[in-house]
Write a new protein. Structure first.
Length: 426
């Protein structure tokens, strides 16, 4: 075992080589404390299918993988516009025997340089450990909430929309294309939405695949008056009794809706399942509408709120120009990114005369030598870009510098009507 991390070369893996992928995958199994797959051959083939076209790299010491890193091209929905291409980062692991040797810094530095050179303005990841990724310029940009519903207390207000469509229990493996179409429309309508490729859906709906719906899961599809799928809910039920009194609960695994009616009908379905007294849902938006539809909003209790998607700007001007804005005005921003690609001083100008019919405005973002109105780090810009984090709050925490008026203007420019939300693990 070498004590010099610089002497350990970075290596790549052919994602089509099942044997090489299996050897590489043993590191995340250990690092994330996962059991070895019962069917190693099938697991390797599923990994090859899932990671086709991805970039796999890592570090080998004495003939064994000791660190792994994976990235791939994906799409992220930004405020006021459609999805943009991003560099998605995953499977970042270092064995306990090789930590604190700079291996992660080398792997992530090499990948972010490559992503910037290939034209990406943003990178994204889901952080297993929060303290790590702020050091590499990532900021927590979306949050997710857990919900606990008292099914017996869920009664919809008389003015709540719904009732115009129909519900249909479907076989997930046969209906994945319709589920995919619903999710694709939903993720394009809200900041933070991520692409789920066909392979994601095939494995999620395939019995026994890693990360798939379990054997107890069910999927209900909502169709509008014309028969088009406009929502779905995946759920499972746990059976528990106290004598002959039900203590059964349901867990919502995923719920997407394209209309208020589909949204209400799907929640009405999962809260009216026979025997179910409590419904749990994880990774829901922090501004969930459901309580506003109920006669008793306390029937929905919000649990833990956790960070989810982390965003890292690779090109400050490109990232700011890629999204759109509801306010107007001009600010000079200095983005600090030591040894990183996002360091820049730019003028963000949002002119009301360029406002579209939907109320969103494109910005002009240009490099400038002017003194900045606001100074912030790359991680802070990443946290702010989707509109879910307050610039005023970051300034109060000492993480954004500027006059109160400038910080407030930045907050007004970046704010979005709906909280960004990403329910997609990768």
């Amino acid at each position: 075992m070498s004590a010099d991390s610089g002497a350990l070369p970075l290596r790549t893996v052919d994602p089509a080589d099942a044997e090489a992928v299996a050897a590489w995958s043993r590191v995340p199994q250990v690092a994330f404390m996962r059991p070895a797959p019962e069917d190693a051959g099938r697991a390797a083939l599923e990994s090859v299918e899932r990671m086709a076209g991805h970039r796999l790299s890592g570090v080998v010491d004495a003939g064994r993988w000791v660190a792994t890193y994976r990235s791939f091209d994906s799409e992220l929905t930004l405020p006021g516009t459609g999805p943009v291409s991003v560099n998605a980062v995953s499977t970042v692991t270092v064995l306990p025997t090789h930590r604190r040797r700079g291996l992660l810094r080398r792997l992530i530095g090499e990948d972010l340089r490559r992503a910037r050179e290939s034209g990406h303005a943003l990178a994204v990841l889901i952080a297993a450990e929060a303290p790590i990724y702020g050091r590499f310029g990532f900021g927590a940009a979306t949050a997710s909430a857990g919900l606990v519903l008292d099914a017996g207390a869920v009664r919809f207000r008389a003015d709540a929309p719904g009732g115009s469509g129909r519900l249909e229990l479907v076989e997930p493996a046969l209906a994945w294309r319709e589920l995919s179409a619903v999710h694709d429309a939903a993720r394009r309508a809200r900041p933070g939405g991520l692409l789920r490729e066909d392979v994601w859906w095939r494995q999620w709906t395939r019995p026994g695949a890693r990360g798939a719906l379990g054997p107890q899961a069910h999927v209900v599809l909502h169709r509008d008056g014309d028969g088009r799928a406009d929502g779905y809910a995946a759920y499972e039920v746990s059976e528990e009794w106290a004598g002959r009194v039900s203590r059964c609960s349901a867990r919502v695994l995923d719920l997407q809706a394209l209309s208020p009616g589909a949204y209400r009908d799907l929640w009405g379905f999962v809260t009216s399942l026979d025997w179910v007294r409590t419904v749990h849902a994880a990774d829901r938006p922090v501004d969930e509408v459901l309580p506003l539809l109920l006669e008793d909003p306390r029937a929905v209790q919000r649990g833990a709120v956790d960070d989810f998607l982390w965003v890292r700007p690779l090109d400050a001007a490109g990232a700011l120009a890629a999204r759109r804005y509801l306010g107007c005005g001009s600010l000079v921003l200095r983005v600090l990114d030591e040894d990183g690609p996002a360091a820049a001083t730019v003028r963000l100008h949002v002119d009301a005369q360029r406002c579209g019919q939907d109320g969103w405005t494109c910005a002009e973002v240009t490099a400038t030598s002017q003194e900045p109105d606001v100074v912030l780090g790359a991680a802070e810009l990443g946290a702010l870009l989707l509109g879910g984090v307050s610039a005023v709050a970051l300034a109060a925490a000492g993480r954004v510098a500027g006059s109160p008026a400038a910080v407030q203007q930045l907050q007004s420019l970046l704010a979005t009507p709906r909280a960004p939300w990403c329910p997609t693990w990768f």
